[in-house]
Design a protein around this ligand. Structure first.
Ligand code: SF4
Length: 331
């Protein structure tokens, strides 16, 4: 169902003569890791190991140097702004099914000007969706993103820069809620999510409303906080140290105490030891605050949300925290 391009990966490894290769998978593909390792080993005679640490994006590329000659990273596309490494091969694991009938089934319910977006596995479906929608008389819009985005229409959970600005409606192709929710938070246009495997589709407005209510509650809890812990993630594509320093300055100017902690894996256990902090501000992956905050005992805010809690931004000016390309903010 998902194309792991094992023949291509084997040819790449053989042609370059790598003796030791690391294999990195996101959580959703780890169940395939042993089988992939076995098949690549049979084809190439190379020594492989599987990277066991959690991985949620290409922002978190394993540092293979020292333990391997090369890395095959499954499940994500490169993030162009992070630079190119000829010893890393990305296998996006594109979905191989045809989504045409699912798109056709909802075409009549969509307005005339439809923007298309997708998570990386379903980027090939954008072309198919465009064909079907144009055949149904729709005007279809697909935009390129910033330097963090490789494919037109591709969405990351932290980056919706490929949102087509002129669309009357966004059709988002993907599983799960977080990516379309992140996209919906960045626009007033309605978003329909189409599950490309099951054909299930739904509008995201209610979910967006519920998420905003939860965020409002977290910000309100943080308003009386005195001690801010600003969390920097040291993963290559999540390190926003300059942004963290800016939040610290703002918190101190507002009469708060502010401290900075730097870590690789941000999680409830890792932060619970800082028991005398009143609020955590996460400058790493925005998903931690927006999607996972129920797992934490203290309010967990994004940097723009911290500005609201500090009285520097109005709730009416709420913006989603995104990690844009270096030119637009990631330092
Ligand atoms: Fe995905 Fe978060 Fe990394 Fe962005 S920062 S690519 S949302 S894991």
């Amino acid at each position: 169902m998902f194309d792991l391009r094992l023949d291509e990966a084997a040819d790449w490894i053989i042609s370059r003569g790598y003796a030791r290769v690391a294999l990195q998978f996101p959580e959703g593909l780890k169940s395939k890791a042993i089988e992939v390792s076995r098949r690549l080993s049979e084809r190439t005679g190379t020594s492989f190991f599987i990277v066991g640490d959690p991985c949620y994006g290409a922002c978190d590329i394993f540092e293979y140097r020292g333990t391997a000659d090369a890395l095959v990273h499954f499940g994500h596309s490169p993030i162009p702004s992070q630079g190119d490494d000829p010893d890393v091969m990305y296998v996006e694991a594109f979905y191989e099914g045809d989504i045409g009938s699912h798109v056709s089934a909802i075409a009549d319910s969509l307005p005339h000007k439809v923007g298309l977006m997708a998570t990386v596995q379903y980027v090939p479906g954008i072309k198919r969706a465009r064909e079907v929608l144009e055949a149904a008389g729709k005007e279809v819009l697909v935009s390129g993103g910033d330097a963090r985005i490789l494919y037109p229409g591709q969405a990351l959970g932290c980056n919706s820069s490929a949102m087509p600005g002129e669309a009357e409606h966004i059709l988002f192709i993907g599983e799960g809620d977080f990516h379309p929710l992140a996209a919906a938070l960045g626009t007033d246009v309605e978003v329909t999510v189409l599950n490309p495997i099951t054909g299930e589709h739904r509008r995201i407005a209610d979910l967006k409303d519920r998420l905003l209510r939860r965020r409002f509650a977290a910000i309100e809890r943080a308003r009386s906080a005195q001690r801010y812990l600003i969390v920097v993630c040291s993963k290559k594509g999540q390190d926003r140290t300059a942004l963290a320093d800016s939040v610290i300055r703002k918190a101190v100017s507002a009469g708060k105490e502010a401290y900075k902690v730097r870590m690789t894996e941000i999680g409830p256990d890792a932060l619970s030891v800082y028991a005398d902090a009143d609020v955590y501000v996460i400058t790493g992956c925005p998903r931690i605050a927006l999607d996972d905050s129920a797992r934490y005992s203290k309010p967990v805010l994004t940097p723009p949300e911290a500005e609201i809690a500090l009285g520097l931004r109005n709730w009416d000016d709420y913006i989603i925290d995104e990690i844009r390309s270096p030119q637009s903010g990631l330092k």
